[in-house]
Write a protein that binds this ligand. Sequence first.
Ligand code: GAR
Length: 197
Amino acid sequence: MKKISLIVLSSGRGSNFQALIDWVKNESPPVEIKALITDNPNAQSIQRAKEADIDAEVVSYKEFEKKEKFHQEIFERIEKYEPDLIILAGYMRILRGEELFKRYQNRILNIHPSLLPQFKGSTNAQKDAFEAGLKVSGLTIHYVTENVDGGKIIYQEKVDISGCKDELEVAETILKREHLAYKGVIGRLAHEILKTK
Ligand code: GAR
């Protein structure tokens, strides 16, 4: 079976990454996860990669005095795998690099825990939603461009958060939907990409 290849970028817990690992393992979509790339040497996602026998590339942000060098290193690690898609899943840094965006135009995806443009650029959109007293928030999957959280929207889903007693519950409620939504979108894109291969 022909497959598309993914690289996942994650900075921490990596539950979205795990959901993708489980999806590939249990549902055999035409998708292969080539590697995890993280900016955080303590990310839980590294362990998840190891357990799934997936390469884990650690590019520690703190170790780079010149931040352009960090972004260049991320680009080079991605290039090693020549992925069809780059999946940002809880990657808490802004992706930078002219070359990267040129080479991977419409091939970098991000998931954001709000209905963009609401809480655009926020690193805690679930807290923002709770504090704003929203009854409905949601998630957005979009293409990544130099305009942070501003690339073309591929998919949005509303999530009822009216019963949530704190921001953690909001995050948890949205996260459950993220896990389902991301594999759905990536699966659909995989079939489209394979038609052109
Ligand atoms: C997810 O809720 C994701 O949408 C969010 O971080 C969480 C990561 O969880 N991403 C952002 O806020 C990006 N701005 P995970 O590490 O368990 O997948």
